[in-house]
Design a protein around this ligand. Sequence first.
Ligand code: CTP
Ligand code: MN
Ligand code: MN
Ligand code: MN
Length: 404
Amino acid sequence: QISEAEVALFSVSSYACQRRTTLDNHNSNLTDALSLLAENAELNNEDGRGVAFRRAAALMKALPTQVISMSQLRGLPCLGEHSLRVIKDVLENGVSSEVESTKQSKRYKALKILTGIFGVGAKTADRWIREGIYNLEQLRDSGQTLNRAQKSGLEHYDDLNEPVTKAEADAIGEIVQKAVDSVLTGSQVALTGGFRRGKLTGHDVDFLITHPEEGKEVGLMPKVVAWLESQGFLLYQKTTRNSYLESKDGPARPASNMDRFERCFSIFKLTKGKEQESTQPEEQNDLKTKDVLRPHMQADTDQQLCELSKNYQMEAASHKIWRAVRVDLVVSPISQFAFAVLGWTGSKLFERELRRWAGHEKNMSLSSHALFDNTQNKYLRATSEEEIFAYLGLEYIPPSERNA
Ligand code: CTP
Ligand code: MN
Ligand code: MN
Ligand code: MN
């Protein structure tokens, strides 16, 4: 037993962007619980609660050692009454009863399954649940009209819910670089998102594309997408043009947290084994299910035929030589590149906290396009992330320490 006087006390800054948060988490029992409640709140469109739990989870992620007693948390910021109750429950009982009952609830399970479909958000999932749809089978049977993204999402459901590895991200990076080189020489591709923060897996792969000569990047995305499409790399894509220039509310203060870059939400068709640099011939892409049907499979009765067909499908799935991967592509002019890289590296909470710090502590407006100083009434130019942190009066935090 450790006495109260012996337990280590922590001193932690209140903004996540003031802290160094690595992937080395000493309190995953607590952060898993808080993150699940955050996710549940977000799935129920309770954004305020969601942020409160995210902040509490992020604070626990930043602690240098494992918490063993509530008394260690005295004086720490970001921990509200509700979060403290959850932490106490986990410390005393090993699990949080609220987390356990949430995980078991029919609604939470359905929200997870349905929002697991690419193109389906919390609002759509809620509407379907109110119509009695709780799983994919019921969704398929319901005759609901799905948009193009949702159809694709449903079709590639298993692949898209399988974490993307760093090797796969690198393989896709090579393809994107090749595409960009083919349509505009000198273009640059940067890996952003979770992989830039050093994560070993992700739910997608994020790339930022630019060109060292300002203006050359205009119209780049449609060309890149056309090239990728012509090579058969895309299973789905939706390109949105740049709306930054025509925005009226000022570039640093977009109406939402969404930026206005030319972007493409896509699903890549990635040949398996490619990331291990194997020399699989291209025609394997067209491997048909018949090729994997074993010759000894012969059906005599209907029941056997049915069995056979099931085996056949399983064989086909296990022999599938490609997989679907979500990829985000964004094009930025070089003058905004540092802001775009900072904005697209994440984590989401780190970004939110950077913007909150800028506004509340510095009277500045930060976006993925620019930094505006409201006191001096001018934009602050930057060509590196380091410069942006310096303008904000923050110690520079490298990507690997932005895992808040
Ligand atoms: N982002 C954004 N606008 C969007 C979507 C994402 O600015 N419409 C930013 C997010 O703020 C985040 C980064 O892009 O900083 C990456 O987002 P995302 O891919 O969702 O998260 P990751 O941190 O990469 O995590 P994961 O591994 O799950 O992909
Ligand atoms: Mn450590
Ligand atoms: Mn990502
Ligand atoms: Mn993304």
